[in-house]
Ligand binder design. Structure first.
Ligand SMILES: [Zn+2]
Length: 167
């Protein structure tokens, strides 16, 4: 692997370790030309099987762009979106599958998005789960109220606002 600093075409591994969950190998490399060190990570490839039957590499950028649409006008930062996408990827990888259905990627997005912003969650879920009547929304809102009415309520920072005024 070439050096990212000086583009020297070779580098040597000075340290190699497996992450705690065993899903990643990190290598510390040193460039023999400029002497600088950098890290590489090796993970099993993860592909997403689309409804069309085509499979493509899992992409955090695609998760982010899908969720970003649902977050329009909401107080959700790029950092939060990046963290959500990372969590989605980790959740999927921890399942140990090499290929995952696109539908299951959507499923993996729902929980972290619910924790991030309830309105964005409702938008995403309504499209993803094909809500086609008011009763679908009512059922989802009832469930969210029940979940947020529990011991988690104190953890809500108030920036989410009540769902009822937003819909
Ligand atoms: Zn170098």
């Amino acid at each position: 692997m070439h050096c990212p600093f000086c583009r020297h075409p070779d580098s040597r591994v000075v340290d190699s370790r497996t992450s705690d969950d065993g899903a990643t190998i990190r290598r510390r490399r040193q460039c023999p030309e400029c002497g600088r060190r950098f890290s590489t990570a090796e993970t099993a490839s993860l592909s997403v099987l689309k409804r069309s039957g085509v499979s493509e590499p899992f992409s955090r950028a695609k998760v982010i762009s899908g969720v970003r649409k649902a977050c329009q006008g909401r107080p959700v930062s790029d950092d939060q979106l990046a963290m959500l996408a990372q969590r989605v990827e980790e959740d999927i990888r921890s399942s140990g599958q090499a290929e995952i259905d696109a539908h299951d990627v959507g499923l993996a997005i729902l929980q972290p998005l619910q924790e991030l912003d309830l309105v964005a969650y409702m938008r995403f879920a309504s499209v993803y789960q094909s809500f086609d009547s008011l009763s679908d929304f009512e059922a989802a809102i009832t469930r969210l109220r029940e979940e947020s009415g529990g011991p988690h309520e104190a953890a809500q920072d108030g920036s989410h606002g009540p769902v009822r005024t937003e819909l």
